[in-house]
Design a protein around this ligand. Sequence first.
Ligand SMILES: *[C@@H]1O[C@H](CO)[C@@H](O)[C@H](O)[C@H]1NC(C)=O
Length: 318
Amino acid sequence: MAHYWYFNIPTWLFLFQILQALLVESKPNGKIPAVIVFGDSSVDSGNNNFIPTIARSNFKPYGRDFLGGLPTGRFCNGRLPPDFISEAVGLKPIVPAYLDPSYKISDFAHGVCFASAGTGYDNATSDVLGVIPLWKEVEYYKDYQKKLRAYSGLEKANNIISEALYLVSIGTNDFLENYYSFPYTRQKQFTVRQYEDFLIGIAGNFFEDLYDLGARKISLTGPPPMGCLPLQRATNILEGQACVEDKNNLAREFNVKLKSLVEKLNKKLPGLELVYSDAYDIFLDIITRPSKYGKFFRPGLLNSYYSTMQPNSQPLDD
Ligand SMILES: *[C@@H]1O[C@H](CO)[C@@H](O)[C@H](O)[C@H]1NC(C)=O
């Protein structure tokens, strides 16, 4: 079980950045009709419960701070960033997983999550734990569009599709679970720079696909400081379980490439409002100066976060 803690991206991670992006991008009177989510464990609200994979989190202690203390399949103690964002724009307090049969198209019309923990841009990444590849998330989205048009009617459905806020958060697993893991298949094919460019190519095609399908307002979040994720630190024994600097540098480098992809796509595709939401800096700031975020840190949360990351770690400013 401890192994999977490395997918655990705490709830507060992207919240401020994405809300900021949202405020910039949404028109003064434009109400967001739905939040639509693609990506990995940082945003998966439980799709993996319904596929045969070990990359699951529908058991305790996950979900202990969730509504009713339920482990829903979110890789988190509570709600995830898309849940908070959905609530912040006046929609439901949670974004349901598309594969969860307890929800219907009437629910998904206001928010839907296609994300799958353990997945990546690269098909070979989703193969590692047998989770939903990104292209399949898009297939589910196409299926959703059909159901939405049947449910809401063509005009209203098309309006939801074009006015919805799309949240995309993915990329960490391509490096940690795939490139830097046994059997190192991608390392034999690509240098890490080449692999980054390979992923950027897939990302570009993915956003063009979403655009062609009608999405316009999209937020992209790249890898956080991956070297500070629990498994990385737990295994960094030679450096006293500090954050692994190389992995953090890699995340920074990849994020720079994502940012320029965003600029390029906004120029190329008329009407697209693609926003790069920086999770890296805020995550690192939270790790190094947690008390700044005071109320977001209940002592239990902080303690458990640090105890899974590094037994003897103290916040730098506490
Ligand atoms: C990933 O797999 C899908 C389905 O087989 C395929 O259509 C797609 O081209 C693949 N992507 C890449 C980058 O190889």
